[in-house]
Design a protein around this ligand. Structure first.
Ligand SMILES: [Fe+2]
Length: 234
């Protein structure tokens, strides 16, 4: 399998590219609008066929490239049906399987950062979005977030996967690129050795500022990043 971890420095977002080298079918997870030319060049570099452009959730800190990719390739966009992204090609549910070439991604509902947050599993890699970050986790104070739900998603779903499962988050702000379930269980300061009440106390006292782009990014991302005007133009 071809696998690339791409990075948008402005929003510190990781975008993941997965492809079958033989059939050329490819998937992008959490593409960023300003990086669209990078994705198109990558697709053209080996005649990849973008089958899916997927979101782990409706992001508050950047606008997705998914709608644009759907317009400029044959890709279908996919978002959890709990995200309220009305014009997504696919409304995804827990357990859905997305096939690309000889490989498949499994949708695992991991709500808590937002009500519609999902992770995607492909072989031994788990793309966790903002549910589980490396040494951290996503905030839970907007977009239907719930710290209690996030604790359950992490401890009952992600942490029940094999320890060797690789964790690829949607963001990192200090250059960390990959972790694994065993490591996060052991050293993640919000979760290691913490019960639910201790986790809730940490999450309820983060006192984070509102994301700068939330009022632009969330409505735009509910439209897969494409404005109404662009949708009307096709
Ligand atoms: Fe997020």
């Amino acid at each position: 399998m071809i696998f690339k971890q791409l990075f948008d420095t402005k929003s510190s977002t990781y975008t993941y590219f997965l492809a079958d080298a033989t059939t050329k079918e490819a998937v992008l997870i959490d593409p960023v609008d300003s990086q669209i030319e990078v994705y198109l060049a990558l697709l053209a570099s080996s005649d990849y066929l973008l089958k899916y452009s997927l979101e782990t959730h409706v992001h508050a800190d950047h606008v997705t490239a998914s709608g644009d990719l759907r317009n400029r390739t044959q890709a279908q966009t996919g978002v959890s049906q709990k995200c309220g992204a009305v014009n997504a090609s696919l409304q995804l549910n827990d357990g859905d399987i997305l096939q690309f070439g000889r490989y498949a991604l499994k949708v695992i509902a991991t709500p808590g950062h937002t009500a519609g947050s999902v992770s995607y599993m492909c072989k031994n890699r788990l793309f966790t979005g903002d549910a589980l970050l490396i040494n951290g986790c996503g905030r839970t104070d907007f977009q239907g977030g719930s710290a209690r739900m996030l604790f359950d998603s992490i401890t009952q779903k992600i942490f029940t996967l094999p320890d060797e499962t690789l964790i690829y988050p949607a963001h990192d702000y200090s250059g960390k690129r990959v972790s694994c379930v065993g490591q996060e269980k052991t050293i993640n300061p919000r979760l290691a050795g913490k019960n639910c009440e201790e986790f809730l106390s940490i999450m309820n006292n983060l006192k984070l500022p509102k994301p700068k782009l939330i009022d632009i990014a969330v409505p735009a991302n509910r439209m897969c990043g494409v404005t109404e005007e662009m949708v009307q133009q096709g």
